[in-house]
Design a protein around this ligand. Sequence first.
Ligand code: SR1
Ligand code: MG
Length: 423
Amino acid sequence: MTGKLPFEALSVETLAARLGANEALCSHIGKDTSRWKVREVGDGNLNLVFIVEGATGAAVVKQALPYVRLVGDSWPLPLKRSFFEYHALTRQEARAPGSVPAIHHFDEGQALIIMEYLSPHIILRRALIEGRQLPNIARDIGLFMARTLFRGSDLSMATKDRKADLALFADNVELCDITENLVFSDPYFDAKMNRHTSPQLDRIVAELRADRDLKVEAQRLKHIFAANAETLLHGDLHSGSIMVTDTETRMIDPEFAFYGPIAFDVGMLLANFWMAFFSQRGHEQSGMRDAMRAYLLDVTVEAWSVFRTEFSHLWRTERTGMLYQKSLFEDQGDRLGAEQALDHMLHQVWTDMLGFAGVEVHRRILGLAHNADFETIADEDLRATCEAKALKFGRHIAVNRRQIHSIDEVNKLAALIEQENGI
Ligand code: SR1
Ligand code: MG
């Protein structure tokens, strides 16, 4: 296939005929297409994802569709998101080696990426719903965030390169628009595609939407998201964008990548652990999940601590960009000045991270795109109880983020809300 053919969506039936001559794919799985087995496994909101197994191996073929899969062709979405995903993956691999799947081939015209088949990895969200405690995820994700977010910023890159990259990713307009609306605005009014567990949550939802402080805070966060082009973000770093085994962690799906605030990836990620925490009550059919709840809070502590430590290490050892240049600090014998600036920066990331986490919790319960942590709780009253607690928690950390000083304080609040009765 060449990039010059008009775009055509692949199917299980056509994939072998259309990609049978693709050298990159054949070199990984074998060229005898009669032995290829093709499955479509995409369960995300946007794309087609095929697993193709051949005589000598397997690969993933991911193809963007010209519309939002979750909604259908009434919501067109440009194919170029595949271009941004490809370029984000190459940068993430360079900045945090081994953290993303290997790319075998990219075809811009067909909006498809052929990449490493991760096996026996499963989606982190699924593992957390099953109650699996994975020992390495906090460390792996903390390192990934620190390395990609630091090395994609003006703290590290030559400013000419960063500006060129900023211009490249600035065109990811439609995916940013999804986040701008779905995360920061739609949850806070009666937007058309919203849904929530009803009637159980109706009163709470009405209260949240009438909450002026919350609405203002959500818009301040949207402003930071849109205006603070600090670094190349993953842009959609939730537990559905991470694949795991007991010992390995890989980040996938960075099609929402663009230049935004460091705190956004961190906040979205931690929000998903806090949602996993509040959803555990709904998954206790085969036994209490107290240990899992404690594990999930520990993960937030460790992920934040690893992020901070690694970011600080890179600040001290790789600060080669135009921001807080060493010529103003260390080279003048003012090491403490550099430490003071680092403290300020981490404090800002902390405060904004809490805000982004709060609105991410809200949008997964009130907006269009829900998450399986709550959705798989079949008993609607029980689901609503879990969701109501998460909503309360999300509101508190978003609105009071400037008064919260430690992750232990956040987790104490989560534990207190979790123990409350009713909704
Ligand atoms: C219409 S897309 C909805 C959500 O799915 C993606 O995974 C992003 O999180 C987006 O907000
Ligand atoms: Mg995705």
